[in-house]
Design a protein around this ligand. Sequence first.
Ligand code: SAM
Length: 238
Amino acid sequence: MRRFFTDKIEKPTMKLTGSERKHLAEVLRARVGERVVICPNDGRDYVYETTAFDKDSVTLTFIEDRDNPTEPELKLRAYIAVLKGDKTELEVQKLTELGAAKITPFVCERTVGSGGKTERLRRAAHEAAKQCGRAVSPEVTDVRTLKEILPELRGCDAVVFAYEGAYGKGRSIDEVIGGDERSVAVVIGPEGGFTEEEVAAVREAGYECVTLGKRILRAETAAIAAAAVVMQLCGEWK
Ligand code: SAM
């Protein structure tokens, strides 16, 4: 069953409008009597049946609701430097599939990309959540600065600040993550990496730099790989 995100659900009937209506009625060309899943971002799936179509809305009748098993226990917060082209969108799409709860694009000294258009990133998250069967579309914040995000990291049980210069000096992810964390932050830099001053500020804030191994990964590779390893270590792939 296809899934559609709405702000709220209504019983016994509700109307699907806007882009979600367009997708159901015009793209998928649904007919009366078809079943769909409505997701109000509360982690549950609400099954409805289409009962009427008009030019502005599709009328749906409530059938049943159920838990959605795809939502991770772990709250993964991904902090990703804005990249060139559509690479930031690619990161958002993959982080959503991997189960991220919140995605924060940020700019820092060596940011050259302008891929942080919030509406486009939110759409990428929304579409990826629908495709992978999630009941929650991750929060995608406005673009912040590295300085602004540092205090936020304090609220996480573990922080994976991926620094390309940490190989041979810093710990690896499996040494930082114990596996019973409830929230983990992953921080990934831009194509040009982090400056010495930024790394010093991160250390000053009490976070350690983590290595992702001896090869220099592209930022989008690093974001996807680090999130995947964290999800696996925290038992989200069982
Ligand atoms: N310009 C940097 C250089 O040549 O050393 C590379 C930056 S890399 C393309 C982009 C980001 O991915 C880095 O800032 C870091 O967050 C992460 N990253 C890539 N490879 C890494 C590694 N081996 N260890 C830790 N972080 C890595």
